[in-house]
Design a binder for this molecule. Structure first.
Ligand code: ADP
Length: 437
């Protein structure tokens, strides 16, 4: 390929030589060389002017010329062609992306760094009632006014979804998730989970109804079995062992039914229950006495409770949760073991802890412990009179009190069940504290 710079060089050498020869013939050699240089410079200035006009967009086409400028124009032309192709490809990609996002069944809204709406798909129009172009650049929180959504967006922790009813249709339940991307931009994705919600509701209602329906017949059966077992009638003698077994099983069934009822109440009752001031040290004193009775002196059961450290919540629910944890410690700790119950201030809030020197739990069970009917050892749980629902109840009660269950355990060494309540729930009762001193 010919080097354009070499061509340009020979061009200028040729021009100057011709000017010099003509100048020498005419008797003004230098003048002709200067004139040739000025013309050469003028030609460059003209090309520069054309280029500048073209860059400004005033000229549609690049001029067709030779020499070094021809080469520059040719390269610019190629660059322009390549850019046009790339732009076409990008816009095709963008429209494909928009089409696919628009076709998505999940509502999708793109928010800028200030939380204002940049773009949304058709499903978002249906889910949030967004109108184009009216709602463009408006904050999404101005359009979805649900307090849970405001709290979720304000918290900035988008690890989990938030559930709420569609602002357009109360019957639609949405699970909304925020995905941060780019420079503080956010993608809001809302999924219609109405069917799932209804199924969940049906499941809860079914369990509540079945438990409720079973309660009365069970009470009657248990009553009869008890009177027969307690009867002194000699003809009942051969049946005494079977009757005791029946009595034990009916008591267990009653316990399961009452735990199931409690669980469905915890699940279905909203957060609108009445808050009480719960004297936790006093409550734990009672639970400890019950635990001692359950243990029948086979364990050492200690209680350290900070006087005056009360909680705002439901007394009966907290009693259920704390007693389940303490009774489990008694049931899963062999004789002569030690159980420590602690209640103390913790990081401005309060911490409840039950530590035992019992059989412990292998780490792979820990994540599933709070599932209904999940037991590490089914036989042992039944033998101990367990229903497999205790920790599920604990989980729900704690959730309703803004806390969660933490478990540390080592098989053969023992377990520690802990829950931390935040400062907002803690009440410091000066009267109770001074009484305790
Ligand atoms: P259960 O009525 O069977 O005790 P829970 O829901 O209370 O049901 O507990 C679930 C399972 O967790 C139990 O079956 C038991 O295997 C295990 N578990 C609970 N507490 C303890 C503990 N303190 N030590 C060892 N295992 C425990």
């Amino acid at each position: 390929m010919v080097n354009p710079w070499a061509v340009e060089f020979w061009r200028i050498v040729g021009l100057l030589s011709v000017a010099l020869v003509i100048g020498l013939i005419a008797g003004h050699g230098l003048t002709w060389v200067v004139v040739a240089l000025v013309l050469y410079l003028f030609a460059h200035l003209r090309n520069l002017y054309r280029l500048e006009r073209w860059l400004q967009g005033a000229a549609g086409f690049l001029p067709d010329t030779g020499g070094i400028w021809g080469e520059v124009y040719y390269r610019l032309h190629r660059l322009q062609k390549r850019n046009r192709k790339r732009k076409k490809r990008l816009s095709a990609m963008l429209s494909r992306f928009r089409e696919s996002t628009a076709a998505m069944p999940d509502a999708t809204v793109v928010l800028d760094a200030d939380g204002a709406i940049e773009w949304w798909n058709d499903a978002a129009t249906r889910a949030f009632g967004l109108r184009y172009p009216h709602d463009t650049a408006r904050p999404l929180t101005n359009l979805v006014r649900h307090p849970d959504f405001h709290q979720y967006m304000g918290r900035g922790d988008f690890s989990g979804p938030v559930q709420l009813r569609s602002p357009v249709d109360e019957r639609i339940v949405l699970s909304i998730r925020v995905i941060p991307y780019g420079k503080n931009q956010r993608l809001v994705v809302a999924r219609d989970i109405t069917r799932l919600h209804l199924l969940e509701q049906m499941r809860r209602d079914f369990i509540a109804n079945v438990s409720h329906e079973l309660r009365t017949p069970l009470t009657v059966i248990a009553g009869y079995v008890e009177s027969l077992a307690d009867s002194d009638d000699a003809c009942m003698q051969p049946w005494s062992q079977s009757l005791r077994a029946m009595q034990q099983q009916s008591t267990r069934m009653q316990q399961i039914v009452s735990d199931l009822l409690l669980l469905s109440r915890l699940e279905t009752d909203g957060d609108e229950r009445e808050e009480e001031e719960v004297d936790v040290p006093g409550l734990l004193g009672m639970i400890r006495d019950d635990a001692i009775a359950l243990s029948q002196g086979k364990h050492s059961i200690g209680l350290e409770a900070e006087p005056g450290l009360w909680l705002s919540g439901s007394r009966s629910e907290l009693r259920s949760a704390f007693s389940n944890l303490v009774y489990n410690a008694v049931r899963y700790t062999p004789d002569e073991g030690t159980i420590e119950i602690r209640w103390a201030s913790h990081d401005g809030g309060a911490c409840f802890e039950v530590q035992d020197t019992g059989i412990g739990i292998a780490s792979h069970h820990l994540l599933r412990l709070t599932e209904r009917f999940y037991r590490v050892d089914v036989g042992r749980s039944r033998e101990m009179g367990g229903t497999g629902l205790g920790l599920a109840i604990v989980k729900h009660v704690l959730m309703r009190h803004g806390s969660e269950l933490q478990v540390d355990s080592e098989p053969g060494k023992g377990s520690t069940f802990r829950c931390v309540f935040d400062a907002g729930r803690v009440i410091r009762s000066a009267v109770a504290a001074s009484q305790a001193q």
